[in-house]
Design a protein around this ligand. Sequence first.
Ligand code: ASP
Length: 315
Amino acid sequence: MSALVITGVPGLGKNLEENFTDQAGKKPVVISTWDHGLAANAEAWKILNSRGKALDAVEKGVMVTEDDFSNLSVGLGGLPDREGIVTLDASIMDENGRCGGVAFLERIKHPVSVARMVMEKTPHVLMVGSGAQKFALENGFKLEPKKLSPAAEKAYKEWLKRSEYKPKANIENHDTIGMVAIDAVGNLSGSCTTSGLAYKMRGRVGDSPIIGAGMYVDNEVGAACATGVGETVLRICGSYLVVELMRQGLSPMDACKKAIERLVVKNLNYREVQVGFLALNKKGEHGAFAVQKGFTYALADSGGNKMFDSDYFLR
Ligand code: ASP
């Protein structure tokens, strides 16, 4: 494609799409956390590849994971809290800085879509618990049965024998899905959805529904999301930090690394936890970094949909 010479505000006075394509690397791109990211990316890619919006891609993508009742860390099949109840957290953010989140939500299949509805239909950003559930039901969501998945029930019964609480790092397929994407016209969006840490205290909310912690988007700069022990991410406003570091000129990879270095300094228990950050910048370049070995992510672009291993701090 020939180079476009545009002065002033990028995107003004020219075909926006041509302009963005010319300025940037490979687009569209979608990245998401862990092995379950592959199936989620495949759905998101259908939208991105047919010139759809990043916002629709990140919602529809993670809905695949929420739909999977065998997944122990996302959606209603997830591991419950200490009282045996599954409570869900989710968030979504678009290219205009609009955002929504739900937390401590019970018996609703697609918390990410409720988060989108909070963003689009209310003057609020975050709704929780019974109020969030009431809002969902009033807006066409169905109340699902109060029932653990067979695998979650088995694991919970096992856990009850000792009732010991220790968040584990790197249990394959047992973590939040965070997704960030850039579409063909260069707009960024992000989503994040989880059943949270297994056997958490009742009422505990993690980083995933908190804008700037579990996920953040600034369409001028980039987008980031997080997975792992949410308390450690909340302490450093993790995803916001990654985006701000990209704003200062760091590559997505270096921004994720610096944010992990900050997390390590601010969390004395860092050796016992896993946290991974994923980031995408305005050019469609991506990066990832984790506290420990074992964080994987999926990336889909015109070259295919593949898994990658993240680099990490504790070598
Ligand atoms: N970040 C999530 C939370 O703390 C959990 C996870 O990613 O595994 O709720």
